[in-house]
Design a binder for this molecule. Sequence first.
Ligand SMILES: C[S@@+](CC[C@H](N)C(=O)[O-])C[C@H]1O[C@@H](n2cnc3c(N)ncnc32)[C@H](O)[C@@H]1O
Length: 269
Amino acid sequence: MGGAYRAGVPSRSLYNFRVLLAFCDEIGFQLAEDFYWFNPAKLPSPIEWVNKRKLRAKDSVNTVWWFSKTNFPKADVRKVLTPYSDRMKKLIEDPESFYTPKKRPSGHDISDAFGKDNGGAIPSNLLSIPNTDSNSSYLQICKELGIERHPARFPSELPAFFIKMLTDEDDVVLDIFGGSNTTGFTAEALRRKWITFEINHDYLSSSVFRFLDGQSSATMQRVLDELSKSDANYFINKTACALNPNNKAKSKAESKAQGELFVFGATAL
Ligand SMILES: C[S@@+](CC[C@H](N)C(=O)[O-])C[C@H]1O[C@@H](n2cnc3c(N)ncnc32)[C@H](O)[C@@H]1O
């Protein structure tokens, strides 16, 4: 969730903090961990406070809350290890000459095990991922067919981190605000089942381009025309597209789909 400014003044809206508290206090979720997606490529905004009047710094961080219903939700950080730093690589190569094990003031016992090669470092909750995609087939096909691309896509690496850390193959990944279906596409690549809801019919229809790599423009256009019908219930490879909520049950029963797309407002569930 991105932060926002109050209208007309350079002070922040508190809506995101209110949502967080409501989720925990009213619904009963626990905040398992808060993550921060740092997008180094993010353009400065809002223009008035950052660019023109130079009163505020550029806001380059989006918050990702990981909520859980239980004390110990399924999770394994070993699935998302990051490359070791050069310093850590040296330590692993030659622990003895590099470091003398001792106790830190914090009480942490830095033993020999610290120099063990675990295949990568534990990731931090600051995820630095540039959002600079300009070559994906989704974008190219949108351009080719003159379709407006989704204006607020996130990079595939963002859902990939959480899908890997929190699920196993064949688990189901749900995105209720699917947009261009980056989440479903990423889940598919990671061999998870997925379900995506999106309230905007056009966004959802064009999101199927993600699964039509290598097809001709004519095929893409035909699929898009098919999906433009308000009651479309359409299969693309293993993906079922039920663009009418009334078709939901039918498509679920018939489909051995890896993933399903629904045009459906999340609030209407
Ligand atoms: C920030 S975008 C998601 C972008 C997506 N992560 C991507 O990479 O393409 C949020 C989406 O939620 C959709 N949306 C808003 N309210 C909704 C609702 N009540 N039910 C379903 N979708 C909704 C919007 O149309 C928008 O496409």
